[in-house]
Design a protein around this ligand. Structure first.
Ligand SMILES: Nc1ncnc2c1ncn2[C@@H]1O[C@H](COP(=O)(O)OP(=O)(O)OP(=O)(O)O)[C@@H](O)[C@H]1O
Ligand SMILES: [Zn+2]
Ligand SMILES: [Zn+2]
Length: 805
């Protein structure tokens, strides 16, 4: 029997990956398991902190007096074996602390201050009820306050699956409960009584008849019975008094996606889809770790491939995990999964309340939900026995978390695929360069869907040269060809999607006459405007120069910030088309919960003609009546100081173009740009991903960027600029000493937005091919940063950063 628990404590200022040893007091001996949360005394004084048990042992090399675990917060581990191992791997690869990783994996409710209640999960015997739940209701669970006998009795019930612990934040119920009814007598007896009361009390007879139809031991909500049997609550109370039925609190799950979804049947696959499903099926059958890239043009029916692959896994008694970039933006996708798999689906995302998240988490943990759909953090869902993992729109940068732990959900998915011996399917019309390059190396099996379903054509894309437009007309947001195209669609009662790209908004200067963007002479990355210093800076190498007032390329004076707001564009649009119904979708119009879904629903019901939005409208929308897509400003993302600027631009333009002409009516796309000759725009026009891939790989090769090189970004921040800068110079010195001469170290430089929230940021980027010493060196830097952390200096390490701003 273990006497010592290894506990990772949760103390932000004293982080370490080494667990502390705590004695397990006799009364907790049978309770403590690995993966449970506990409270322990920590440091001097009476401070008590929470922690997670990561190991049990009999001996310790700790000589002094061991402190004891004070209480156990869970009855069953909140982290199963797979997730425990995953946490260790995550800490190791992201340079985050193990406890931070564990926190990230748990639903928010379990991180908050919670009260614990214990409640029955099935009807208990009368004796059990009397012993353990004298009030007939869930009781507070605090092992310290209960006697040993009660605790061990409850534990026994818990192991038998008859009770469970639920968590409650302050006094808001975590698990929502309602009154449930179970018949207390056998059917024959109920029948007998029904006959006797039939004349005098017909309502009671109705209730008795209903009780006979119920499955024994399966409570039904009182509200349901009132509705179905057509009896009042008073009748039910009388019946309870007479001992015909028993009442108890039962749990109701909050359904985060409230609308009922009409069920759908699998579609007949076309040849390309069939090949994809067959190959994935084989991998599931053989429990093979074979990973796939489904590279399918927009509207090629990737979703149907996912759904039928999930069905294969479920038929084998296994489970499925499906990741989507952002749930709020993809209500259609969630509905498609629900329509196919119904109640088996659990939806996880950050837009849910803590209680809703927790409900879903528990449905997954208990095995009730076997299909999990969710955004980034859903990759940690406690789903067991995975048969398939799918990552839709795998190129999306929202899959990378930009705070600790800085993980990429794709890497976690691949790890879990390995652990569960199941395939991982990465899908996109515009795969990330990293993924496509790995497929080229044979690490993923490439499944190509080259055609849209039913051989519908991709929409023709027209490029509008805004330099010409500006010369001929004033500087409006709309070109003549786009205005004409909009009018035609309005006349035909077809729908229009307009994209205003807000990425990289007004952080760079561009010439309105020739589209010229100022670039770093060393890095070939756009220079960023810094208003504090009134200079243009390179975020990679630190190069700095004056803000140009005349275009270095064409000598025009129209070189200035670039950017305009969605509301302004909406007003201009309304002036052009006074009778058109316009829906605007941007950060302002979508602040309220469920706003995305409402806007998209309205648009889907054709209550508006034009959907004008930021990049949130580019993803996954499948509206048959949309025949025109317009991109107002294709260039903003090109100006970003990021080596992925072209890739992001290509992806965005291709994705948004793909919203047009998905059903019977043909579509058309107009892209307004000041850089009509840029390869990202040209190839987006041709919707030629493969050529873009080859071209961009060549650029990356020349610039020594990923995927040819690996990259790590380090950031130091402090309220005083000098402190942040000095820390970064010390870090660079440590890197130069520890790494090989082949490692390329860029910086230190102030970050794009050098001062955020009253702190100064300095960064350095390491590019490398093979650096066996990198891990230990970074580990050292992290350890060294621990002490100053208390004085406000923070150092972050980001492996394969997605964002250089
Ligand atoms: N085999 C099929 N037969 C008929 N219709 C299909 C078939 N497969 C898919 N569809 C329909 O084609 C449309 C496009 O499919 P889907 O939305 O899955 O495309 P996608 O590849 O995910 O596109 P995008 O990358 O643009 O989101 C959907 O309306 C879908 O119902
Ligand atoms: Zn530079
Ligand atoms: Zn110019």
């Amino acid at each position: 029997m273990a006497q010592i628990g290894q506990v990772l404590v949760d103390v932000p200022t004293m982080q370490t990956n080494d667990p502390y040893s705590y004695a397990i007091p006799a009364e907790l001996e049978h309770q403590v398991e690995v993966g449970m949360r506990v409270t322990v005394p920590f440091g001097r004084g009476k401070r008590v902190v929470s922690g997670v048990v990561v190991g049990l042992s009999d001996v310790t090399n700790f000589d002094g007096q061991l402190k004891s675990i004070q209480s156990v917060l869970d009855l069953a581990p909140v982290l199963n074996t797979e997730l425990q191992q995953l946490a260790d791997w995550l800490a190791d690869t992201t340079y985050a602390f193990r406890i931070t990783c564990i926190q990230t994996m748990l639903p928010n409710l379990l991180k908050a201050q919670t009260e614990r209640f214990i409640q029955p999960t099935t009807p208990l015997t009368a004796t059990e009820m009397a012993t353990y739940f004298p009030d007939g209701a869930p009781r507070e669970f605090d092992a310290a306050k209960l006697d040993d006998q009660t605790v061990s009795g409850l534990l026994k019930l818990q192991r038998a699956g008859k009770v469970e612990v639920v968590y409650q934040v302050k006094d808001r119920a975590a698990a929502k409960t309602t009154t449930g009814i179970t018949p207390a007598l056998p059917v024959s007896k109920l029948q007998e009584i029904q006959v006797t009361v039939a004349k005098k009390a017909p309502k009671q007879a109705d209730l008795l008849a209903y009780l006979q139809t119920m499955t024994p031991d399966t409570p039904v909500a009182q509200s349901q019975i009132v509705h179905r049997a057509g009896v009042s609550a008073a009748v039910i109370n009388t019946a309870a008094d007479k001992g015909w039925l028993t009442k108890q609190q039962i749990e109701v799950y909050r359904d985060p996606f409230h609308q009922p979804v009409k069920p759908t049947q699998p579609l007949k696959l076309n040849a390309e889809q069939q090949v994809a499903v067959d190959q994935i099926t084989t991998a599931i059958d053989q429990q093979k770790v074979q990973n796939f890239l489904v590279e399918g043009v927009t509207g090629s029916g990737k979703t149907e491939v996912y759904l039928q692959s999930i069905a294969v896994a479920l038929n084998q008694g296994r489970t499925a995990l499906m990741l989507v970039p952002e749930i709020a933006l993809t209500p259609q996708m969630v509905n498609r999964v629900k329509a196919r798999f119904g109640q088996r689906v659990a939806v996880l995302h950050s837009g849910l309340s803590k209680g809703e998240q927790y409900d879903e988490w528990r449905r997954i943990d208990s095995g009730e939900a076997t299909v999990v759909v969710g955004a980034r953090s859903a990759v940690f869902a406690p789903v067991k026995n995975l048969g398939i993992i799918i990552m839709d729109e795998e190129h999306e940068s929202s899959y990378k978390q930009d705070e600790n732990p800085r993980y990429h959900a794709r890497d976690v998915a691949l790890w879990r695929g390995q652990y569960n011996q199941c395939p991982v399917v990465l899908g996109s019309a515009t795969p990330s360069l990293e993924t496509r390059a790995r497929a080229a190396k044979g690490l993923y099996t490439r499944l190509v869907l080259a055609k849209r379903v039913n051989d519908r054509p991709l929409p023709p894309v027209h490029i509008v040269d805004m330099r010409e437009e500006v010369k001929q007309r004033s500087e409006g947001d709309f070109s003549q060809p786009l205005l004409t195209a909009i009018q035609t669609r309005l006349d035909r009662h077809e729908q229009i999607v307009l994209l205003l790209n807000r990425r990289g908004f007004s952080s760079f200067v561009m010439c309105r006459d020739c589209g010229f963007v100022l670039k770093c002479p060393n890095c070939d990355i756009s220079l960023t405007l810094h208003m504090d210093t009134h200079t243009m800076k390179c975020h990679y190498c630190g190069h700095e120069e004056a803000i140009p007032h005349v275009c270095p390329n064409c000598h025009s004076r129209k070189i200035r910030y670039y950017g305009t707001g969605t509301q302004k564009v909406e007003q201009a649009l309304q002036r052009e088309f006074p009778s058109a119904n316009i829906l605007r979708m941007d950060v302002d119009s979508t602040r309220r919960k469920g706003a995305h879904e409402r806007i998209l629903q309205k648009f889907g019901k054709h209550e508006a003609d034009i959907l004008l939005g930021t990049q949130m409208i580019a993803k996954g929308l499948d509206f048959p009546n949309v025949t025109l897509v317009g991109v107002l400003n294709a260039d903003t993302a090109l100006g970003l100081p990021d080596f992925r600027a072209s890739e992001r631009t290509f992806q965005l333009l291709t994705q948004v173009s793909g919203r047009a002409g998905r059903a019977s009516k043909p579509g058309e796309v107009f892209i307004q740009t000041f850089n009509p000759d840029h390869y990202a725009i040209q190839l987006a026009q041709q919707q030629d991903y493969e050529r873009f891939f080859v071209t961009e790989m060549h650029m990356r090769h020349q610039g020594s960027y990923p995927p040819y090189y690996f990259a790590v970004q380090l950031t130091a921040s402090h309220e005083e600029e000098a402190v942040a800068a000095k820390a970064m110079f010390q870090i660079v010195a440590a890197l130069k000493k520890g790494l090989s001469p082949d490692a390329i170290i860029l910086g230190p430089t102030p970050k794009a937005i050098a001062r955020v929230k009253r702190k100064y940021y300095y960064q350095v980027v390491i590019k490398y091919k093979q650096e066996p010493q990198l891990k230990p060196v970074l580990e050292q830097i992290r350890q060294a940063a621990q002490v100053p952390a208390r004085h406000g200096l923070s150092v972050t390490i980001d492996s394969e950063p997605m964002n250089f701003m």
